[in-house]
Ligand binder design. Sequence first.
Ligand code: BES
Ligand code: MN
Ligand code: MN
Length: 462
Amino acid sequence: MQNIKKYIDQHKDRFLDELTELLKIPSISADSAYKNDVLKTADHIKASLEKAGCENVEICETKGYPIVYGDKIIDKNLPTVLVYGHYDVQPPDPINLWNSPPFEPVIKKTELHPEGAIFARGACDDKGQMYMHVKAMELMTQTNQLPCNVKFMIEGEEEVGSSSLSDFVKENHEKLSNDVILISDTGMIAPDVPSITTGLRGLSYVEVEITGPNRDLHSGLYGGAVANPINVLTKMIASLHDENNHITIPGFYDKVEELSKEERAEMAKAPFSLDNYKKALDIDAVYGEAGYSTNERNSIRPTLDVNGIWGGYTGEGAKTVIASQAFAKISMRLVPNQDWKEITELFKKHFESIAPEGVKVKVTPHHGGQGYVTPIDSVGYQAASKAYADTFGKTPIPQRSGGSIPIVSLFEQELKSKTILMGFGLDSDAIHSPNEHFGVWNYLKGIETIPYFYHYFTELNK
Ligand code: BES
Ligand code: MN
Ligand code: MN
């Protein structure tokens, strides 16, 4: 491949300026107050795909936020790469913990990003990573080295469950037909330890509600004589793990695939420092399921976590009250073979069964999705591996991630193709947290590596 580094060098300031403009639009899909901004972002993506050399660029309307599609078909006999990404972002709150406003991007140096990182909501997840593909497309068309066909599909509802995209994929098999799906929406181990994500966890997200007496009560007059919904809820939640931090829901582990000793030994080879891990989070010990390492706990093992809990009086001072209701939001991260709908049912049945007399329980499922694992002997993986070897000077390590992109298993089911997860973010980039950022080096390295993927994928398919 020619002139890739040179092109990036000549255009890198503009590449950063363009990303900055994109990051200024608060495309928060979860909050309807930002509807116009989300729609504006879709228009912005459409224009940037056109500028990068895509044809047939269109805004595909859905029941929710639109999907931006664009393609460049150079020869029907050549392979087709389908690029997926998302232009929506997580809400930025708690806003007071940001060192600079979330939608006013700034570049600052950090210990892990000595060349600077761009700080803004969506910088890494996923605007920055998605935009690497747009710029790689520009680079390939401008330098006449696009070796195969490309399709782009960029959605605006990933952070809220991708429901419109599921329908879109089911209804557009022909339009979206491809030989491989390419996504940058995950991470890598470190700048000097490139890795390719080979697994994602599934997800089941539920909300629970405990109702006791029909109104809030004086905690002196009624305390001790009626079930307190907050006491009950916390006790029920506490019982969902045993003393080894195993999840106690009957049947929860039935389909969990146990990795062989060899596979676990292979995983353990990935460089990891427990000390640095603890230091970065300012904790004096890690915590989790007995019998598994930290990296196993956050990738190949399923989990159950409370994401939010509320009820009763939380204002200033003290109010003596027994609340009528208590609530919690609970997520379960699942591993391949666990079916998210089945797990949601198991949770519901169990949670309802452990409620004591004197309260009512309501379990409301939110969204969910299946996990995913991809083999490392596929043409797509091999092409990605060669691409990293060229640009990082090292063969990348396969790594299963703990995060979820539920739509990936649907892609496989509907479009019958494998997904390659070329993530360039770091775990410390604070996605979904205050001060999210994406390394300038990582951004440019991504733009550099992607064209090599196209090159090798086309070569290996000959
Ligand atoms: N890009 C993330 C998922 C991710 C991040 C996977 C890093 C692996 C490494 C994605 O945008 C995300 O946040 N997914 C949600 C699930 C979704 C249904 C809201 C998640 O994992 O919580
Ligand atoms: Mn994402
Ligand atoms: Mn996300």
